[in-house]
Design a protein around this ligand. Structure first.
Ligand code: PAF
Length: 278
């Protein structure tokens, strides 16, 4: 990987990079296709990063399918798939690694940061290590993980890493469910009801036009919690840049609702933009 990257840099080629944890779906492939279109060469990493899982069961059950991943990546026309072993990313193993603490700012302490303690430190750790190996010109991230993009932007800024972060729109199934590797873990009955997450969010955009932030929040939570087997973990309506909670629609030019829902034991995340005038 390092030799390939050194050669590309020597030739003055731009490197597009899509970091993934595998179990690839059409959402990932849309990032890959964009990277292929915008860069001279494209690298995709497939690495289930143990340090970002705060729950060992979640790591153990995370879907993996490298054979299908490599097929999809070859079809998408990438230059290199990088699928390292754990001790290539964390020499000496996860337990013995030199653990660095990143300054990720307020954005890392709320929502996912609150419910998955240590998660964003693990994301920052792996993404900074991958950036150090791949040395990309541009790196592509899906907006389903809205908060992750804000945290990675902070990491890149505080670490002084020279890479352009490119956010890419959420890909959805025909029924509106945001594509996610975790959808593979849903039972057929859960898969049937999961689109209610996006339905409730999309309907709330209309509702928000003549209701308060609090009423909009509550209607989304009620609508989703009324579905059997579904439980909202959090729904927060925040400023799209700072992720600070918004109490009035007029408070910010960019307002986003971020949600996490348990569908049985499967944790799904999604978000919706209420307003963006910047
Ligand atoms: O979004 C993901 O799949 C992961 O958090 C990432 C960015 C690949 C880091 O492991």
């Amino acid at each position: 990987m390092e030799t390939f990257v050194a050669n590309a840099h020597k030739k003055g080629q731009s490197i597009g990079f899509v970091p993934t944890m595998g179990a690839l779906h059409a959402g990932h492939i849309s990032l890959v296709e964009r990277a292929v279109a915008e860069n001279d060469v494209t690298v995709v990493s497939v690495f289930v990063n143990p340090t970002q899982f705060n729950n060992p069961d979640d790591l153990a059950t995370y879907p993996r399918d490298e054979e299908s991943d490599f097929k999809l990546l070859a079809q998408a026309g990438i230059s290199v798939a990088f699928a390292p072993q754990v001790d290539e990313i964390y020499p000496g193993g996860v337990e013995n690694r030199h653990k660095k603490t990143f300054n990720l700012g307020f954005a890392s302490s709320v929502m996912e940061g609150k419910y998955r303690p240590g998660h964003f430190q693990g994301v920052a750790e792996v993404v900074s290590r991958l950036f150090g190996i791949v040395r990309p010109t541009r790196a592509y991230f899906g907006e389903k993980d809205f908060q992750q993009i804000a945290v990675i932007r902070n990491m890149v800024e505080t670490e002084g890493i020279n890479v352009e972060i490119v956010p890419c729109p959420i890909k959805r199934g025909d029924d509106g469910l945001a594509l996610s590797s975790r959808n593979a873990l849903l039972t057929p009955a859960q898969r049937n009801v999961a689109p209610e997450i996006h339905r409730a969010l999309a309907q709330s955009v209309q509702y928000a036009k003549d209701h308060s932030v609090k009423a909009t929040h509550d209607t989304v939570v009620e609508q989703i919690n009324a579905v059997p087997d579904m439980q909202v973990e959090y729904f927060e309506i925040v400023d799209g840049r700072t992720l600070l909670p918004v109490e009035e629609w007029s408070e910010s030019p960019w307002v986003v609702g971020c949600i996490t829902v348990y569908c049985g034991k499967v944790r799904l995340i999604d978000n919706i933009c209420y307003k963006k005038t910047i």
